[in-house]
Design a binder for this molecule. Structure first.
Ligand code: GDP
Ligand code: FE
Ligand code: FE
Length: 201
């Protein structure tokens, strides 16, 4: 079980306060997903000698806004990182950005690496920090995730964060196309950027 206490002043609350806040805003099932992502993120950070506290906070908070309404998003239209295009794509695309902006404004999150890891956890970015990789992967491989190859990615993520991210980018884009979903431009651009910067041979 998770036993972490926040010590770096990255956010103005204790873990217990943050857990209660996330629990208040989500269904039981999604709240438990957030706890599993937190735990998986901690394990990945420990294994790869990365920042455990950043991974834990970002993991716990990543889906904080997943059950918020469009009206909640619109309250942030004055935020410098707000993109009016999000509305056309729906909650699956804007829940990460809203969670990050709300954590910053309402929960006292003042750490950029955590902010952007939450912001981009669904679609990725051109500037992958270790925390961003860990949260995206923890979300993908937390113990209740079940898809063909899930155990292969779990093993891959233990060996190399980059190898597991490469797997996720490829398989998620393929899955979107196979299920005839539109691909959000950043999803596609992130895939291309990764490909261009991690060429083999
Ligand atoms: P979750 O919040 O734990 O369910 O996981 P994610 O935040 O990773 O994903 C939320 C949803 O967004 C998933 O159903 C993805 O398939 C979907 N998604 C991710 N990228 C895109 C995209 O480019 N286009 C569309 N249409 N959906 C996407
Ligand atoms: Fe999400
Ligand atoms: Fe999630």
């Amino acid at each position: 079980m998770t036993s972490i206490s926040y010590q770096k002043g990255l956010i103005d609350c204790t873990r217990e306060e943050l857990v209660r806040e996330v629990e208040k805003k989500l269904s039981r099932e999604r709240f438990k997903h957030c706890l599993r992502v937190e735990e998986t993120a901690i394990q990945l950070a420990e294994k790869h000698h990365e920042d455990v506290e950043r991974a834990a906070i970002a993991g716990l908070l990543h889906d904080y806004a997943k059950e918020h309404q469009l009206a909640d998003l619109e309250k942030y239209s004055d935020h410098p990182d707000y993109d009016p295009e999000w509305k056309k794509w729906g909650r699956s695309i804007w829940h990460g950005p809203l969670a990050a902006m709300k954590a910053q404004r309402k929960l006292g999150l003042h750490d950029d690496e955590i902010y952007w890891a939450i912001f981009n956890h669904t679609v990725g970015s051109f500037n992958w920090t270790s925390t961003a990789k860990i949260v995206a992967l923890a979300d993908y491989i937390e113990p209740e995730r079940d898809f063909p190859g899930a155990d292969d990615v779990r093993r891959l993520a233990d060996q190399s964060l980059d190898a597991a991210i490469a797997f996720k980018l490829k398989h998620e884009l393929t899955h979107l196309i196979e299920t005839e979903k539109p691909v959000y431009p950043q999803t596609f651009n992130v895939y291309n950027h990764w490909h261009q910067t991690h060429q083999k041979g």
